[in-house]
Ligand binder design. Sequence first.
Ligand code: MF3
Ligand code: CO
Ligand code: CO
Length: 283
Amino acid sequence: MTTYLEAEANPIRNTGAIRLYGPEAFEGMRRACGLTARCLDGLAELVVPGVTTQALDDFVYDFALANDAVPATLNYRGYTKSVCTSINHVVCHGVPNDKPLKEGDIVNIDVTLIVDGWHGDSSRMYPVGKLKRAAERLCEVTYRSLLLGIEAVRPGGHIGDIGEAIQSYAESERCSVVRDFCGHGVGKLFHDAPNILHYGRRGEGPEMKPGMIFTIEPMINLGRPHVKILNDGWTAVTRDRTLSAQYEHTLGVTEEGCEVFTHSPGGLDTPGIAFEREPAAAE
Ligand code: MF3
Ligand code: CO
Ligand code: CO
């Protein structure tokens, strides 16, 4: 059975109950998510061949502190970076390091900034120079699957409606949906109930109600859906080493449908636009 809680009146820990937030929380989430989106916009011009993912991590750390925010992943469950950078066959939780990005790589950058206690969680794919068509297509399919998931959000619907929308589309494009990671409730807690599966069936799972706040963050593979975790304890990769992509938005359920909190102010969050931008001047 699903339990719903009035968010303001209940302690901050994941009890499995689904919190329903009021206008103040929505305002707080708009601020945190807006800053996260600006940070992701700022990263766009930095992602060029030769840059290290550590340099991207440094940018996010500096951006957060300059804006009175804290990167949520820093010291989260033993993670020591400000951002996750997941390249090519890395599905998620790639750890920034000093290896330079190469022409043709696709990299997901996942940023969560905490502002006044509220968590803004979002990620996008960034092209490194010119991409092969397969990589570009995977990013387009993944972005489209996120949009279809978002379109399935409405009060009275069920969480399974989101999963079905994503899965049926991704599979119709001969791609697969990763099962081992999911979206999540978010607010003053980074990862809260409910789990948002990116596969499933319409009508299954908890009912969506106005005031719920959660992420949708499908990971879509060109090959099979199975993943393994590398020895660093974090980096998740596709078992068959095929490419994987991910996009993530944080949103709130409203009376009419939903409000996406992490849209790009610069309109840079769609692959069509992000992938056609002029490359930054060579160093
Ligand atoms: N931002 C990721 C998410 O979308 C979580 C990263 S947790 C970390 O939920 F510890 F791996 F950084
Ligand atoms: Co998330
Ligand atoms: Co994230």
